[in-house]
Design a protein around this ligand. Structure first.
Ligand SMILES: CC1=C(/C=C/C(C)=C/C=C/C(C)=C/C=O)C(C)(C)CCC1
Ligand SMILES: [Fe+2]
Length: 566
């Protein structure tokens, strides 16, 4: 497992031509851009957790049936400071670092104090976000880093706090059809309040059609939800959206702010300040996008830990939402490198398997409904919502599938009824070995796997002019534990789940986390391929970077989990 998790990976700065077998669909032209941890030791110092690793960006550029691979470390301030010092000097999720070990007692005390309100890391290793014309590498702190999606060069460091009052923000924003971004963050103990803040970043700076304007400057707070507790807000990794609502889970996996304030002094990591309170409930907040206010009913469910929302939509007066849920926080515990690198099979067992759970939340709760009655009248699910006294509703999910993570969907169906989930299959061990297509309608699945292959998150790219939800391809970067087998980009037909092509590269590829596909701008206009259909002729929308998630059942830009109209 050392090969997969522990070893530092070499950059591939020059684009390297891949060896393609099979045939890549002519319409598939663009760049698959992905992010993940690539460096786990600096000098003699080591990170403790896989999520600490320094961000390594990589891309597969697909053009005319050929594939070129490159990779580059994000030149974050964190990366530069570490490389310069030849040791880890910036704290990450699971590793607390001490920049100046030789300082005298006074400056040491000052350093402790300045860490009370810590300046978090800009090691943006989790995902890629599109914001207007720009692309950013993201993590969950207040920092994002602008990048050049073609050269993988690192550009400006952006502090969200300049635009919205958040100390943390998710790596899984949503996009509407116009490309506006909706994200959530936590504002900690600001003016005596801790709250969850939903904010919108417009695709273009208002009043200007000109490129180059920074849309972040025009970020606006959409809605704030007070945290149930000032000093222990929930941790969350993503959220869901439907056409008219936002779904936010205030879960009992919490950040202990007092512990965080003293972590530096106590020599412990941020991760050790996160607690799963198994006696607490999970509160389900449904925010009405029109009124920008939460639905007043108090919906809750049993304690659970959710990292990834899959999708959400409205049906017959209910918000239905699908999440990957755990019984506890064992997932984050597992990714300590000491566990991953030694006795992997023995130690790396999840104490709770990730399950796909569907919840149904009734939007209009009849005050006179009998206590104990089920308010869900949707026939498509067995999920229930039981009326309790005092405006409380207890929601119980339908468990749809066991053993999956890193879910993706056809983003054109985000926030809308949908049928297919593409994910990595994970059983009792945290690393995926299969790629899964799950049909929520028939509850059947298709799988792809190969000996000694470890797939990354599968990403769906729709065929231009697609009619069916699964008209398209699945892209996944595969690494192998067999030294004879090179890593490759796998291209599957999303309908049949059969291999269309693979592009192997002789590089030291890392197991990544998340990313997106950027279709080449105007490629079909220039090259006139594939043969234009009548529908294409009639369509007046541009293709490419400027037009995320366009109609026609087609989604030019394949981004995150959930969300259509904000
Ligand atoms: C540095 C830092 C954080 C980093 C969290 C990270 C890096 C989480 C990664 C999660 C992943 C990769 C989940 C995959 O499902 C916190 C806890 C937000 C807050 C304190 C500072
Ligand atoms: Fe994620």
């Amino acid at each position: 497992m050392e090969i997969i998790f522990g070893r530092n990976k070499k950059e591939q700065l020059e684009p390297l031509r891949a060896t393609v077998t099979g045939s890549i669909p002519a319409w598939l032209q663009g760049t698959l851009l992905r992010n993940g941890p690539g460096m786990h030791t600096v000098g003699d110092s080591k990170y403790n957790h896989w999520f600490d690793g320094l961000a390594l960006l990589h891309s597969f550029s697909i053009r005319d049936g050929e594939v070129f691979y490159r990779s580059k470390y994000l030149q974050s301030d964190t990366y530069n400071a570490n490389i310069e010092a030849n040791r880890i000097v910036v704290s990450e999720f699971g590793t607390m670092a001490y920049p100046d070990p030789c300082k005298n007692i006074f400056s040491k005390a000052f350093s402790y104090l300045s860490h009370t309100i810590p300046d978090f890391t800009d090691n943006c290793l989790i995902n890629i976000m599109k914001c207007g014309e720009d692309f950013y590498a993201t993590t969950e702190t207040n920092y994002i880093r602008k990048i050049d999606p073609q050269t993988l060069e690192t550009l400006e460091k952006v502090d969200y706090r300049k635009y919205v009052a958040v100390n943390l923000a998710t790596s899984h924003p949503h996009y509407d059809e116009a490309g506006n971004v909706l994200n959530m963050g936590t504002s900690i103990a600001d003016k005596g309040r801790t709250k969850y803040v939903m904010f919108k970043i417009p695709a273009t700076a208002p009043g200007s059609k000109k490129k180059g304007k920074n849309p972040l400057k025009h970020s606006e707070v959409f809605c704030s939800i007070p945290s149930r507790s000032l000093l222990s807000p929930s941790y969350y990794h993503s959220f869901g959206v439907t056409e008219n609502y936002v779904v936010f889970l205030e879960q009992p996996f919490k950040l202990d702010i007092l512990k965080m304030a003293t972590a530096y002094m106590r020599g412990v990591s941020w991760a050790s300040c996160m607690t799963f309170c198994k006696e607490d409930k999970t509160y389900i907040h449904i925010i009405d996008q029109k009124t920008r206010k939460p639905v007043p009913t108090k919906f809750y469910t049993d304690p659970m830990v959710v990292f990834h929302h899959v999708n959400a939509y409205e049906e017959d007066g209910c918000v239905l939402f699908d999440v990957i849920a755990y019984e506890d926080n064992s997932l984050y515990q597992l990714f300590y490198l000491a566990n991953l690198n030694k006795d992997f099979e023995e130690k790396s067992r999840l104490t709770s398997v990730p399950t796909l759970r569907r919840f149904a939340v009734p939007l209009h709760v009849d005050k006179d409904a009998e206590v104990g009655s089920n308010l869900v009248k949707v026939s498509s699910t067995t999920a229930t919502a039981l009326k309790e006294k005092d405006d409380h509703v207890y929601c119980q999910p339908e468990v749809l599938y066991e053993g999956l993570e890193l879910p993706r969907i056809n983003y054109a169906h985000n926030g809308k009824p949908y049928r297919y989930i593409f994910a990595a299959e994970v059983q009792w061990s945290p690393v995926p070995t299969k790629i899964l297509k799950y049909d929520v309608l028939t509850k059947s699945s298709l799988k792809w796997s190969e000996e000694s292959c470890w797939p990354a998150e599968p990403l769906f790219v729709p065929t231009p002019g697609a009619k069916d939800e699964d008209d398209g391809v699945i892209l996944s970067a595969i690494i192998s534990t067999d030294p004879q087998k090179l890593p490759f980009l796998l291209i599957l037909d999303a309908k049949s789940f059969t291999e269309l092509a693979r592009a192997s590269v002789d590089v030291d590829m890392h197991l990544d986390l998340h990313g997106l596909f950027i279709p080449d701008a105007g490629w079909n206009a220039v090259k006139q391929t594939p043969a234009k259909t009548q529908e294409d002729e009639n369509s007046d929308h541009p293709t490419g970077l400027t037009a995320p998630g366009l109609g026609h059942g087609e989604n030019d830009f394949t981004a995150g989990h959930g969300g259509k109209s904000l």
